[in-house]
Design a protein around this ligand. Structure first.
Ligand code: MTE
Ligand code: MO
Length: 335
């Protein structure tokens, strides 16, 4: 097990390092965002198919794949690479190779199935162990100042992307509702309507999609409520109008299209914990040394590259998040 001295991490250190992430120096207001982007965009074990049959073609080579944006909204990001020098994944790939089981288990099919999905009006109910429970509609979400964050996204299936998100730290929203002292975890729930989400009828899973974080993880500055990417509102298939992004954990923690956030005392049971407890646990911190029961996590394929590359501890964010895990043990890597 890799040891990290959390004592080495000072707040200044974290701050200076985080500066490297904030590629966008100018703030982008959320005003243009959160407009519904109308872009086109088995078993209970989520990723088996992709790992058993490794991805050999990049998503934008997929025949018939639609592109998520049109000419009037060309992708923009303030930098061309993440802080480690990894080039941004093209929008075509981000929008056409998506995991969104409510629509399809086929990543290449999701973008073509989201056309009728309504993302406006929308609201997120925030409650549970808070002083000021409230509902945030799209206008409320627009009031949070939006910033760009270029993050690596590492799927448990061992592929990855580099994505320029727009959004704001979830902590800002949680502060508004004032968590009570007995709140220890945060539970997130995705919108669920079988009539709009064909995958929920064909896939027998304990819908709705649910995920959870420990409260300090949810309050960490890296934890984002994302409302856009590449300078535009989120494509529906990427979780419009608002989704979680937790870059040091496997991608399945980054729950899409959130309608409910609850502060709770006990560890919530996620959809994947309920459906595949031997393979998907609560913590899901990226660790190359802890294999999934059915495959190694030592390497990954960055979408667009052919050669596999080494997976980084905490997906490369150890400096920022190791302090959250002073008593690292196997539980916190467990799927
Ligand atoms: N509601 C919901 N959220 C979800 C998923 C899903 O199927 N449904 N898939 C997860 C998985 S496995 C990954 S890797 C990421 C993928 O995000 P992206 O498609 O925007 O790259 O979304 C996560 N969030
Ligand atoms: Mo994933």
């Amino acid at each position: 097990m890799i040891k990290i001295k959390s004592s080495e991490i000072t707040p200044e250190h974290v701050y200076l390092s985080r500066r490297k992430f904030l590629q966008a120096m100018g703030m982008i207001t959320g005003h243009a965002l959160l407009t519904a982007c109308r872009g086109p965009g088995q078993s209970t074990s989520m990723p088996a198919a992709d790992v058993v049959a490794p991805v050999t073609s990049v998503p934008h080579e997929t025949q018939g794949a639609q592109v998520a944006t049109k000419a009037e909204s060309l992708p923009t990001a303030s930098a061309a690479a993440d802080e480690l020098g990894n080039a941004l994944t093209p929008l075509e790939a981000i929008a056409n190779y998506t995991n969104y089981y409510e629509f399809s288990v086929r990543k290449e099919a999701v973008a073509g199935l989201v056309g009728d999905f309504e993302t406006s009006p929308w609201s997120i109910q925030v409650g549970g162990l808070v002083e000021k429970p409230r509902r945030f509609d799209l206008d409320d979400l627009r009031k949070f100042e939006s910033e760009e964050r270029i993050y690596r996204m590492r799927c448990v299936e061992a592929w990855s992307m580099v994505i320029p998100w727009l959004g704001f730290p979830l902590a800002k929203l949680l502060k508004v509702v004032e968590p009570q002292s007995n709140a220890k975890y945060v539970r997130f729930e995705t919108f669920y309507d079988p009539n709009q989400m064909p995958g929920t009828k064909s896939m027998s899973l304990p819908w709705p999609y649910v995920e959870g974080l420990r409260l300090d993880e949810a309050l960490h500055d890296l934890t984002l409520l994302a409302t856009g990417l590449y300078g535009n509102p989120l494509p529906v298939q990427n979780g419009a109008p608002a989704r979680l992004v937790v870059p040091w954990k496997y991608g399945f923690k980054s729950i899409k299209s959130i309608v409910k956030i609850e502060l709770v005392e006990y560890m919530p049971t996620s959809l994947w914990m309920a459906s595949g407890p031997n393979e998907y646990g609560f913590w899901a911190n990226v660790n190359p040394d802890v294999p999934h029961p059915r495959w190694s996590q030592a390497t990954e394929r960055l979408i667009g590259e052919n050669k596999r590359r080494a997976t980084l501890l905490f997906n490369g964010y150890a400096e920022e998040v190791a302090e959250l895990y002073p008593d690292l043990d196997d539980r916190q890597w467990y799927y």
